[in-house]
Design a protein around this ligand. Sequence first.
Ligand code: ADP
Ligand code: MG
Length: 326
Amino acid sequence: MDEFALIREFFAPLSRGFDGGLGLTDDAAILPCSNEVDFIVTKDALSEGVHFIGTESPRLLAQKALRVNLSDLAAMGAKPMAYLLAVMLPHHVDSAWVAEFARGLQEDQDTFGIYLAGGDTIATKGPLTFSITAIGTAPAGKALRRSHAQAGDRIFVTGTLGDSALGLELLHRKINIAMQKEARQFLESRYFLPEPRVAAGQRLISLATSCMDISDGLVQDMSHICRASETGAVMEIQKLPLSSAARTLVQEDASLWPAIFSGGDDYELLFTVPEARVPEVASLADELKLPMTDIGHMKAESGATLLDDRGKPVKIDAPGFRHFVT
Ligand code: ADP
Ligand code: MG
């Protein structure tokens, strides 16, 4: 069973009776707080060898741990408030390491306006692992969900896709294409340090009909919106936004395309907007200086399809990353 089957079968039943859990199918839970505000709560764990290589600085690891959670808050349109931190430290970790880890957190707390509110610190015989629970707020009843996309809506993504997956392949020396140092460093830095779209998420409230963050690959994550919204999606490969570094690589080696549409760790927002409101997306993108690219449209028939430049469906072996799949 992959992670989604495990969640569906064993964990989702435990959320029955609490609407705010959204059946464990969204980026975060919605906890009613007052007539004005809902709390938005999310949790992500990172483990050495799975979510990070292990050679990263403690400062970067701390920031990645916090940022992947901030990305889920952004996906719901929430404003960050506080977080809880659990660190499971192998014995080789010393206080200098923890000092650097804390420095990374402080920097990002200042950047994103969030504060540590609790947690747990334990020694482990296993790999270095962290888990963060992040809490944000959204106007009551307004948090963005995966479930309200309508047939005919346009599909948008922020930023560029695939940089992080290509960066990881470069780090693992799986790509043998000569490239400029700056381009390589750009792709690697996109893997090491995601840029959660926190401001954009908040502004998409009452503009987007559905939203999520892309963490496990565009095609697979799009299929989550389709399932939650009981709709389908048609995306076009030539519309996908690529950084110049990523474009250089796929032009050189077309077999790298899956990193763009099913590679993980993008942490960009994927959202849908009614056709009539598309001009508002362009103004928002201008204002935030963040590209928001139209990559296709929602349709009534189920399933997420990606079309090639001749309009034929791209054959996709694995639509995205899943734990427990060998
Ligand atoms: P994301 O990539 O947005 O962080 P995931 O794919 O990790 O989301 O998880 C999908 C959904 O399943 C989320 O709603 C998450 O809260 C829920 N989930 C995952 N694992 C568990 C668990 N062990 N217990 C309860 N809910 C879980
Ligand atoms: Mg998410």
